[in-house]
Write a protein that binds this ligand. Structure first.
Ligand code: NAP
Length: 311
């Protein structure tokens, strides 16, 4: 087998990819796990993970991911950085074009996760790093003793708002409905936190800025259409996520939101290609479900490769 030939290539180095890597390399398959940017995925920007078993009191996302990585390379998993531009399905083998180079394998596990959605407002892109952020852990400390807002009402928005109260003078949660989507434990913490104010039934209509960066937002009431200006030093956007699947370019079936159509067995409609974690059409997006998917996908890949040998 040449250096660029593998049994399994895993795309994505988050909890799903790392677990797939652990299982596949422990099954003695020559396995490569490719990551685009930072090993660990979304957990690298998560302050505290409270619902991963075995850590009463919680564990920091990056610390947990360091342990995952240490563990998954223990069985010989090869890891590397690179952007997968294309997957070519040749039937019994797959070719991956990674930064212009070709890698081949028998089975592919796609564990590319999701990325934060943008608001899509004028000026948003240019204000990243100058008042607009998608990551409280990364940028929260830049907003000490100033008013800021978190846009969204899900678990991410709730966790970000709570975390940001450590720094900001006030955190306004801007939510388009009159009830948060976040789980009850987070809703209760939000309700008890005096630094958090909620702008119910509100959306950001416009970003206000000058040449130094963001200066505020225009909020619109979703019920009455009423408009009001709020002075802010920063906003943290947490309006959901989109799957990282555009590079697949019609290779396998996706649903209308772009998630890979694959059931609990992680099988896609293409034999030898599996989907694990948040990029799959699963009902729960958690570290624990991603880990389960990673294990299943690796076992499915192992069985597939075994069947190819006897075909
Ligand atoms: P999410 O659950 O999809 O929530 C997105 C929020 O943004 C919703 O409140 C939604 O409003 C709002 N929203 C969507 N589009 C909007 C727009 N254009 N303008 C204004 N508001 C908009 O996304 P998430 O919070 O990123 O969570 C993603 C997944 O990860 C979820 O399954 C979540 O449970 C999970 N997660 C879990 C944890 C944890 O267990 N600790 C932590 C973080 C995330 P509506 O409510 O009106 O739809």
């Amino acid at each position: 087998m040449s250096e660029s030939q593998y049994d399994v290539i895993i795309i994505g180095g988050g909890p799903a990819g790392m677990t797939a890597g652990l299982y596949a390399s422990r099954a003695m398959l020559k396995t490569l796990m490719l990551e685009k940017m930072i090993m660990g995925g979304q957990m690298m920007t998560t302050t505290k993970v409270e619902n991963w078993p075995g850590y009463p009191g919680g564990i920091d996302g990056p610390e947990l991911m360091m342990k995952f990585q240490e563990h998954c390379v223990e069985f010989g998993l090869e890891t590397g950085y690179g952007v997968v531009e294309k997957i070519i399905d040749n039937g019994d083998s797959k070719t991956l074009i990674v930064d212009g180079k070709e890698l081949t394998c028998q089975a592919v596990i796609i564990a590319t996760g999701v990325i934060p959605r943008k608001l899509g407002l004028d000026g948003e892109e240019g204000l990243v790093g100058r008042g607009v952020s998608y990551c409280a852990t990364c940028d929260g400390a830049f907003f000490r003793d100033v008013p800021i807002a978190v846009i969204g009402g899900g678990d991410t928005a709730a966790e970000e708002a709570l975390f940001l109260t450590k720094f900001a003078s006030k955190v306004i949660m801007v939510h388009r409905r009159d009830e948060l989507r976040a789980t009850k434990i987070l809703r209760d913490r939000i309700a008890k936190n005096e630094k958090i104010e909620i702008a119910w039934n509100s959306v950001v209509d416009k970003l206000l800025f000058d040449n130094t960066g963001l200066t505020g937002v225009v909020l619109k009431d979703t019920q009455t259409g009423e408009i009001r200006e709020v002075t802010l030093s920063g906003i943290f956007v947490a309006v959901g996520v989109s799957p990282t699947t555009s590079f697949l370019n019609g290779l396998i079936e996706l649903n209308e939101a772009g998630y890979i159509k694959a059931g609990e067995d992680t099988h896609t409609n293409a034999p030898g290609i599996y989907a694990a974690g948040d990029c799959r059409t699963n009902i729960l997006k958690q570290v624990s479900t991603a880990v389960g998917d990673g294990a299943v996908a690796a076992i499915m890949a192992e069985k597939y490769i075994e069947e190819l040998k006897h075909a």
